[in-house]
Design a binder for this molecule. Structure first.
Ligand code: FAD
Length: 392
């Protein structure tokens, strides 16, 4: 990256945040990057790479020190997600699911016992997390979920199927939602913290993907699975606010990851444009290629500014910032996709070969346009805020 671009990406970070970026960037390039393509080809989950994060304090950036975490500020958390995602979708996802969805929900809604039980393991990296939200019937309309939870003596019985579940085979904690009363739609939704290794009635099968084969996505089946009373997170029927808060932070970290991916496309396209020659000159000297590079820079910086602003709002104590989360997530995920497309065009036919990473980034970026709210959902939310239909 040229020094002018570097200046833009961190002009208003403090020294600690700059240090975080430098540290994570160097770590990811040295320890993770050399393995990503190989793991993708071998369809190997990067457990060994993820295990390197805990001792460095990178598994608990949203968890306070008293629970073994390394929380300093939300912007730093975003930078960690951004720099990890610049190199590997899956490693960044492990941090983002664990912190934004699981740990933040426990911190916001958990009992003292739940905090003591789960947070130290998440922060150390001993407990990986999965979020069990999406169902075969749909992921966008979560108020219409079909999974059920029934109160029984000493706990609850859960039944239903969850699909697209990242990290499931390696997770020691499932953050799961199920309905206690389907007729009440979102008011029946209830959140649970499940120990998958000690819960009878939970089985998993492979959820075959065309991309991200190294993520080993799973379909999780709950067949009358018994969880004890202590598994309830928040109150019965009050899972939607838990989910809303989790997704608010989740959208921040996913948006930060998208900025990292958009940046990676630029990092790859710039040197290629200056090396590859056509008609006797580097293709980077042709205006149409320059237009693509310029568009990629503009998108990345716009997205980054929206993400950092959102982080600063959260650091300033604004717990829920739904409009700004949607703006950041929509903008950043579209920037990542469009940068991957433009980046591929810069690489020409070579973007489709195994030799170059850029082609892999397209489908990975596209998948981030679905997770934590699709673009259509965010467009709808943004419009509803603008029209005054939605207030919070
Ligand atoms: C790589 C990857 C990893 C994932 N990991 C996880 C995970 O770990 N845990 C988990 O729970 N889920 C996970 N997901 C699932 C993801 O969250 C869902 O794909 C997403 O929520 C969308 O749900 P859906 O695919 O069922 O699409 P649907 O909800 O069926 O939507 C299909 C289309 O209809 C559009 N649509 C729906 N409603 C409206 C509306 N009101 N107005 C306009 N358009 C609308 C959507 O925007 C979308 O374009 C993952 C997905 C991928 C690709």
């Amino acid at each position: 990256m040229s020094s002018a671009l570097e200046r833009m990406s961190d002009f208003d970070l403090n020294d600690d945040q700059r240090q975080v970026r430098k540290f994570v960037k160097e770590f990811a390039e040295k320890e993770i990057l050399p393995h990503v393509e190989e793991y993708e080809r071998e369809e190997k989950y990067p457990l060994d790479l993820i295990q390197k994060l805990g001792p460095l304090g990178l598994m608990g950036p949203m968890i306070p020190e008293e629970y073994g975490g390394s929380f300093s500020d939300v912007v730093s958390y975003g930078i960690i997600c951004e720099e990890l995602a610049r190199i590997d979708w899956v490693v960044a996802s492990a941090v983002s699911v664990a912190n934004s969805l699981a740990a933040s929900s426990i911190l916001n809604f958990g009992t003292d016992e739940q905090k003591q039980r789960w947070l130290p393991g998440i922060a150390s990296g001993a407990t990986l997390c999965s979020a069990l939200l999406t169902e075969p019937g749909g992921g966008t309309d979560l108020g219409n979920m079909a999974s059920t939870a029934t109160k029984v003596d000493g706990g609850y019985r859960l039944t239903g199927t969850k699909v697209f579940i990242s990290h499931a085979a390696y997770a020691g904690l499932f953050f799961c939602v199920a309905s206690m009363d389907l007729s009440k739609k979102h008011k029946g939704v209830t959140a649970f913290l499940i120990d998958p290794h000690n819960t009878e009635g939970i089985t998993m099968s492979d959820f075959p993907m065309r991309t991200l084969k190294r993520d080993n996505l799973a379909e999780v089946h709950m067949d009358n699975a018994f969880v004890p009373d202590e598994a309830l997170l928040g109150k019965e029927g009050a899972g939607f606010p838990v989910l809303g808060a989790a997704l608010d932070t989740g959208r921040f970290s996913v948006a930060a990851r998208c900025v990292g991916q958009a940046q990676r496309c630029l990092d790859l396209a710039i040197p290629y444009a200056m090396e590859r020659k056509a008609f006797g000159q580097p293709i980077g000297e042709f205006q149409m290629i320059q237009q693509k590079i310029s568009d990629m820079v503009c998108r990345t910086e716009q997205a980054r500014l929206l993400v950092y602003r959102l982080g600063r709002m959260k650091d300033a104590g604004i717990g829920r910032a739904s409009l700004e989360s949607s703006l950041a997530k929509l903008n950043a995920s579209q920037a990542a996709v469009q940068n991957a497309l433009d980046g591929m065009q810069v690489f020409g036919g070579y973007s489709c070969t195994e030799e170059y990473e850029i082609g892999r980034l397209l489908l990975e970026a596209k998948s981030l346009e679905f997770g934590e709210g699709t673009s259509e959902l965010h467009n709808r939310l943004i419009a509803e805020f603008a029209l005054g239909i939605r207030k919070q």
